[in-house]
Write a protein that binds this ligand. Structure first.
Ligand code: ACO
Length: 334
């Protein structure tokens, strides 16, 4: 489907984030697996990641981020009509992480659900929020991207464990009230399940149920063919970015800030190069967080918002790629 350019109906009115205090540095990983600070820095751009204490529920950070976003929006919890969380590491198999967050925040009037789209989860959720508001099914939608990836990371596998971190980011999406206001100009999502085997977590579902106690623990952790994922990410993030621009009817020159999924600095650089963007127009925080999957774009968005880097009228382009494969992009006028 390739929809015509539609007038924007909603905008982001508040953002928030929350991350665990504990840090794992590259020096820590040098003691855990056969790696070096030099390898991690040059191959990924990562220096530290926030890591939750084992057993911390996702809803702790997701609700803190959501609380801040609601406050930043100037709303009260009862004004939220929908809560959508992008995550692959919810508190429990069921109910949804969104149910735990609803209870913690007192979102008494909200319908709730999770989206499993890995690193693209926040942009999938944002597209759903746009559609709900466009269809007048909701007014204020709280969208959260949150992960405790440390709970599914194999800390004996050097090719994956150095990459991932934990955290949550949130945004409140609400109807535009006048043409003077900014808005979500376009959303785009896509997926290709035929390539699932390049990045997946095999255990814990109906194929390998956790009640089968003989299963090896590695089955419950992230499996990734890094180099294949890298190549797909570079191509797909570039294509998705261009698609969001086309759908919004704008051009590369119009972009004031690119907020890409933070998986690898080399993927971010390749995406910026494809869009012919100078470094100062790309928001990068991978060195401090690593890859936080669905949380990475909303954490970056909230940091940029808090620092006053997003000015009224600015064009912001967000783009993500992740397990599934899934991808998403959105062009926003602030
Ligand atoms: N320290 C030292 N050496 C390492 C490490 C490490 N931590 N990890 C791998 N290596 C070695 C490999 O064993 C290999 O050695 P060999 O040549 O002797 O076999 C060598 O480094 C090169 O390995 P590659 O996998 O080819 O390295 P690459 O340059 O591709 O970098 C990386 C690996 C960082 C994982 C990269 O491929 C990447 O970022 N991939 C994309 C990740 C991504 O975008 N994921 C999507 C989102 S995640 C989600 O959805 C949850």
């Amino acid at each position: 489907m390739n929809p015509k350019k539609l007038p924007p109906v909603c905008r982001i009115i508040g953002t928030g984030r929350a991350v665990p205090e504990r840090l794992l540095t590259n020096a820590d990983f040098e003691k855990m697996v056969d790696t070096t600070d030099e390898w991690i820095t040059t191959r990924t751009g990562i220096k530290t990641r926030h890591i939750a204490e084992p057993g911390t529920p996702l809803s702790k950070f997701a609700s803190e981020a959501g609380h801040k976003a609601i406050e930043n929006a100037g709303l009260t919890p009862d004004q939220i009509d929908y809560l959508i969380i992008g995550t692959v590491t919810g508190d429990m198999k069921f109910p949804a992480a969104a149910n735990f967050v609803q209870a913690k925040l007192g979102l008494v009037n909200a319908s709730t659900f999770d989206i499993s789209a890995a690193c693209s989860g926040f942009l999938y959720a944002l597209e759903m929020a746009d559609a709900l508001i466009r269809g007048q099914k909701a007014k204020n939608v709280l969208v959260i991207g949150a992960e405790i990836l440390s709970s599914i990371t194999n800390y004996e596998d050097r090719s994956t464990c150095v990459l991932f971190g934990d955290g949550a980011g949130a945004a409140v999406v609400a109807p535009r009230e006048s043409d003077d206001e900014g808005g979500v100009l376009s959303t785009y999502t896509g997926s290709n399940g035929e390539l699932y085997h390049l990045l997946y977590g095999p255990g814990g579902g109906s194929l390998h149920p956790p009640k089968n106690r003989d299963l090896p623990s590695e089955l419950f952790t992230i499996h990734m063919a890094g180099n294949e994922v890298f190549k797909a990410a570079v191509k797909t993030m570039g294509d998705a970015a261009v698609e969001a621009l086309d759908r919004a009817g704008i051009h590369e020159d119009d972009i004031d800030m690119l907020i890409p999924h933070q998986a690898n600095l080399r993927i971010i650089d390749a995406t910026a190069k494809r869009l012919k963007l100078d470094h100062d127009k790309v928001y990068i925080n991978i060195e401090r967080y690593g890859n936080t999957s669905a949380a990475s774009i909303p954490i970056a968005l909230d940091e940029a918002n808090e620092k006053g880097l997003l000015k009224k009228g600015d064009i912001i382009l967000c783009v993500a790629f992740g397990a599934g494969f899934t991808w998403g992009s959105t062009a926003i006028q602030w």
